[in-house]
Design a protein around this ligand. Structure first.
Ligand code: SF4
Ligand code: SF4
Length: 353
């Protein structure tokens, strides 16, 4: 089979049925006037094709907010393996595909997280093109081009039709029984496809130059911006679960009061919570919101030196829209920090001559 095809939007029901033959289709649905969530859908009319950012990113399907790892009864210990159900994740935009690519790197590094990897393996991911709104800045983070390691199928909206890239053998297999659905692409399709991505690239309303991002985060560690923003932070932790690449968790043992048993549970944690960096002896490495906010920003924009050495922000804008204090304006913050970096050389020795 070829890699690129097109199909008419009139035939979307047939496309949907092909996806359903693999497993439950999870897609963005509208939950309020202004918010969307990935939910199981039974027919295409339930899908909110206009959705940009869902409340929670796709990570929830592979790395649930809470899960039992081990349980015990008396001396008997049971290792819990996840119940795996085949599913199709439809409508994942380029920022979230980049987020999935980062989570794949994190969870497949040794020691591998088999709960994550089993769920990931049982899921076909269908990417979907989008147009940025006033909060999107994936272009600045270099994640505006779909991460081909993260999807099986990618759809680009070219008007009356979708331009479709089919990347994996299991995705090809979905269409073997419907030879009439996918049509060969023509030169006109190629032109429309290129036009779409060019227009999209020009449609970004916010952003920053990212080539000096690491240097900015290194040099501006003591910038007064952090004090100002941190003092307005409520430590609510909202910005963490909504982030497609925040992966920290806590492990808690919950013993039964009545029986000789219990469970070991893993649940999402947030580095913005007061107790996140508290250790034995009640010492807290990041006691105040300023410390925690700086740490979070550094992880997102600078990345850890080890093990992966990469920024983990994909520019989705979820933290911006979900912060009750209006301080997770990453673009605004970076522009302020960069302005400081640009000012600094003027004070340096080379300019004192
Ligand atoms: S830091 Fe904010 S904008 Fe960046 S990926 Fe996370 S939620 Fe999205
Ligand atoms: S969402 Fe805003 S207020 Fe809440 S922890 Fe994050 S930065 Fe602080």
């Amino acid at each position: 089979m070829e890699r690129f095809y097109c199909f008419s939007k009139d035939k979307f029901l047939d496309f949907f049925k092909a996806l359903e033959s693999f497993g439950t289709v999870q897609a963005p649905v509208r939950v309020t006037d202004q918010s969307f969530a990935f939910r199981a859908v039974k027919e295409p009319k339930e899908i909110a094709f206009e959705a940009l950012r869902t409340i929670l990113p796709p990570k929830k399907f592979f790395y649930p907010g809470r899960e039992t790892l081990v349980s015990w009864q008396g001396n008997e210990v049971k290792d819990h393996q996840p119940e795996i159900q085949k599913q199709v994740l439809f409508g994942v935009h380029p920022c979230d595909l980049a987020g999935l690519g980062i989570m794949d790197t994190i969870f497949s590094a040794e020691p591998q997280d088999n709960h994550y990897l089993l769920r990931r393996e049982a899921t076909i991911v269908v990417g979907l093109s989008c147009m940025p709104d006033k909060h999107c800045f994936c272009k600045s983070m270099g994640t505006d081009t779909p991460d081909s390691s993260a999807y099986d199928i990618f759809l680009t909206d070219i008007g009356e039709e979708y331009f479709i890239e089919i990347k994996t053998p299991r995705a090809y297999a979905l269409f073997e029984n419907d030879q009439l659905l996918l049509k060969p692409i023509t030169e006109e399709h190629r032109e429309k496809y290129k036009d779409f991505w060019l227009k999209r690239s020009e449609a970004f309303q916010i952003g920053f130059a990212s080539d000096n991002l690491r240097a900015t985060m290194d040099m501006e560690w003591d910038n007064p911006v952090w004090e100002e923003l941190g003092n307005r932070c409520l430590s609510c932790g909202n910005c963490v679960p909504v982030c497609p690449t925040c992966y920290c968790f806590d492990v808690i043992d919950v013993a039964s009061l009545h029986e000789d048993g219990g469970e070991r549970i893993r649940e999402w944690d947030a580095c913005q919570f007061t107790g996140f960096a508290k250790v034995a002896g009640d010492f807290n490495f990041r006691p105040g919101p300023v410390d925690r906010l700086k740490f979070w920003y550094r992880h997102k924009l600078h990345g850890f030196e080890d093990p992966h050495g990469m920024p983990t922000c994909v520019g989705c804008g979820r933290c911006t829209v979900s912060c009750p204090s209006g301080i997770d304006d990453i673009v605004g913050t970076v522009l302020r920090l960069q302005a400081k970096v640009e000012e600094e050389p003027k004070k340096g020795p080379a300019n004192d001559k």
